[in-house]
Design a protein around this ligand. Structure first.
Ligand code: AHR
Length: 497
């Protein structure tokens, strides 16, 4: 017997835009994300532009990734951009101290990243170096990227083959400044932020959206100090980083990406749902200082972080991706959509071969993970208007604990179509939803579903299509009502016309 949820969707209530930038991604110089992910050996026999792998580009273009964050992460605060321009053979090598101590040859630098963004038709989001870089270094990088005038920096850019400024908009001022980005106090960082941000200039036609390095998880004091000490007009956004750890522990095992039982699955989903509380509480602090919600909460690192795949370099953070990851992605994106008044940008960590990837590669082979397919199912929400959806969800219980079994979000796009995305986390029960539709009327319903027998199911290089979307026939539309039967362990996307 399916449990029943009743709720209403009223198109007259559609007001807040769900920024497409919530669906952003992240590519760090870490493990096999850039090198051997996006950027491959000249001799590799795959379709390429230069050394950029085009099958990966095509896959990401299909889901219209709106922005790509680069070059880190922790790497950003040790990255010196001038090492990554000019003739590749002349570029200095460095040690990637954060990630495996491997040698970084700087063959992928500013020009290559912006070429990649051009191919992807996505907006670059560059993280500048505050931890070990100077104000001058950051100022000159912005000048090199964005100035149309004559100067030593823009001459250098032209000599390196780029005439016109790129007009990069999203600009991170440091990363995790409370940790790998310099182990600072929020007071010290806020002062540094103002100094670095002052000289990261706005050039003609290229105003920067400057983003301050925000809190780690529930460090609410960090957000409070930044909001208090940095004037609203000096910062477009402030970040939040939160990773879902299956065991909840940073020390010791984080849990396996593929071998886990229901208890561990339940615990992971509970940890994932903590994002709701984090967004609410950080937003409440921001509201105190910024009632008009001018400053964005930018969740520019999120996703599941497990132990690495056995036999792989522990510093490379390579992990498989299961149906559980898809349920985490769907749940988290629903949370962000429902807080679209404050969350205006987010970046899943990380795009290829690192943490909760959407693409995995192995030599010439490439596969799309279950998480990739969730981004596909959620595409209709990008820049659509949020239709608030309040309901009481049944519980998913495990032992003495319970968590909400269902989460959802809805939006109205500019063509008048309604998009609803729903996740049923419960490993055992299907759940029915009876939704009354107010406002605009609809005649036709289309749906797609991502599900599989077990939460541990994955796509492998031998079976790339184990967890892929299928047509969903569990939704029926009547006069002013929509009935949905949401299967256990599923992500469903519904479109009403
Ligand atoms: O995404 C991996 C790492 O996690 C990033 O480099 C860092 O910012 C965070 O701690």
């Amino acid at each position: 017997n399916a449990q029943v949820v009743t709720t209403t969707l009223n198109t007259y209530e559609a007001k807040t835009t769900i920024s497409k930038h919530i669906y952003g991604h992240f590519a760090e110089h870490l493990g096999r994300c850039i090198y051997d992910g996006f950027w491959v050996d000249e001799k590799m026999d795959v379709k390429k532009q230069g050394r950029i792998r085009l099958d990966v580009v095509e896959a990401l273009k299909k889901i219209k990734i709106p922005n790509l964050r680069w070059p880190g992460g922790c790497f950003a605060d040790e990255y010196h951009w001038r090492d990554g321009i000019g003739k590749p053979a002349d570029r200095p090598k460095m040690v990637n101290t954060n990630w495996g101590g491997v040698s970084e040859d700087n063959s992928f630098g500013t020009h290559e990243f912006l070429e990649l963004c051009g191919l992807l038709n996505t907006e670059p989001y560059v993280a500048g170096n505050v931890g070990s870089g100077t104000v001058e270094e950051m100022a000159k990088w912005v000048e090199y990227l964005n100035s149309p005038a004559q100067s030593t920096m823009t001459e250098l850019r032209r000599q390196n083959g780029r005439q016109q400024p790129w007009k990069v908009t999203y600009w991170g001022v440091g990363n995790e400044s409370w940790g790998c980005g310099g182990n600072m106090t929020p007071e010290y960082y806020a002062d540094l932020y103002k100094r670095y941000a002052t000289y990261a200039r706005n050039y003609p036609g290229a105003p920067l959206k400057k983003i301050a390095s925000g809190a780690n998880s529930d460090d609410y004091r960090w957000t409070e100090v930044l909001m208090k000490n940095i004037p609203r007009n000096q910062m477009w956004g402030v970040t939040l980083h939160y990773y879902t750890l299956p065991t909840g522990n940073w020390s010791g095992s984080k849990g396996s990406a593929t071998a886990f039982n229901e208890q561990e699955y339940f615990k992971t989903m509970k940890n994932c749902l903590h994002m709701e509380e984090l967004v609410q509480k950080h937003s409440a602090i921001m509201d105190k200082y910024d009632k008009e919600k001018r400053v964005a909460l930018v969740v520019d690192e999120w996703g599941i972080w497990t132990d690495v795949e056995p036999g792989t370099n522990p510093g490379f953070l390579y992990q498989q991706n299961s149906l559980r990851d898809a349920l985490i992605a769907g749940t988290t994106l629903n949370i962000f959509n429902n807080h679209a008044d404050r969350v205006k940008m987010a970046n899943l960590a990380q795009t290829v071969n690192v943490l909760q990837s959407i693409v995995l590669t192995k030599g010439k082979e490439m596969l799309l993970t279950p998480t990739y397919h969730v981004f596909d199912l959620f595409m209709g929400h990008m820049d659509a208007k949020l239709v608030p959806m309040n309901f009481t969800t049944p519980d998913y219980t495990n032992g003495n604990e319970k968590i909400p079994a269902v989460n959802a979000s809805a939006s109205l796009d500019s063509n008048g179509k309604m998009h609803i995305t729903l996740v049923n986390i419960d490993a055992g029960k299907d759940i029915a939803l009876n939704i009354s539709l107010k406002g605009k009327s609809y005649k036709k319903v289309n749906g797609r579903i991502l599900t599989s027998r077990s939460f541990t199911d994955i796509n492998t290089f031998d079976n790339k299509n184990k967890v892929i979307p299928a047509a969903f026939n569990g939704a029926t539309i009547g006069k002013g009502s929509l009935n949905i039967k949401l299967p256990r362990l599923s992500v469903v996307s519904i479109e009403l016309e």
